[in-house]
Design a protein around this ligand. Sequence first.
Ligand code: B12
Length: 231
Amino acid sequence: MADDEIILSELDDEELVAQMFDDLYDGLREEIEEGVRILLDRGWTPYDILTKALVGGMTIVGADFRDGILFVPEVLLAANAMKGGMAILKPLLAETGAPRVGKMVIGTVKGDIHDIGKNLVSMMMEGAGFEVVDLGINNAVEKYLEALETEKPDILGMSALLTTTMPYMKVVIDTLKEKGIRDDYIVLVGGAPLNEEFGRAIGADAYCRDAAVAVETAKSLVGRKHNQIGA
Ligand code: B12
């Protein structure tokens, strides 16, 4: 491959990030991992690497997938490369030493196997001091219920990336209502096709556009919940 001559460590920051966009696009996991390590050595924060280099690159992949330039196998390779980079950053984001502020159970809904966004939210929440129980992908309502009962979290988080799977979030929330336990949890929902209006319509406490908003919203709602209990 022609890229073989490129020595990542010799690029300046801007060139390196541009190269990482290309490498993510090409699904080159080892190169992405190397790029992440170089940026860390140069004093970049894990959060900046995540948002500027990795999510930035994935945005380009997303646009070309939408436009029919990239197909599922290529996107899977890009996702795999992204996960390689995220695995390096995960312990660093979790290492902030923040006191435990709450607990979250999170999972992608039934019929949906997209997990990059969910994983990012998990990582950022852990970094902000939340304990996170990740149920993975393709979760039926029973899986959520079981986890809520055993884990007793403050927050239930659901992710959906498909217009065909996002209505399932309402199935879960309606089931919680039927069982009379809806108000025991803060329900946060997210995923590219959702919006605030949808979040409100299905009865979630909040829709969060990205992982940073998820952390802020979670902190503020958990704080409010604890104050109510204390009052
Ligand atoms: C990567 C990808 C895949 C990968 C997934 C790999 C993986 N391990 O996740 C693969 C190749 C497997 C895939 C498969 C499919 N995909 Co796809 N995929 C994508 C792509 C390109 C990127 C998604 C992504 O990871 N984004 C990056 C992350 C960081 O962003 P995010 O997920 O939005 O998450 C952020 C926020 O939304 C929020 N958030 C997310 N979840 C949550 C949860 C909570 C609780 C909170 C608070 C916040 C939150 O915070 C996150 C971080 O900031 C999108 C394009 C796009 N623009 O979204 C299409 C896309 C979602 N896929 C699409 C489609 C159609 C499919 C397939 C049906 C294709 C097919 N024909 O087989 C299958 C479906 C498989 C299934 N049953 O789920 C469509 C959906 C269209 C629609 N309207 O429904 C999209 C939009 C592409 C397109 N425009 O056509 N896909």
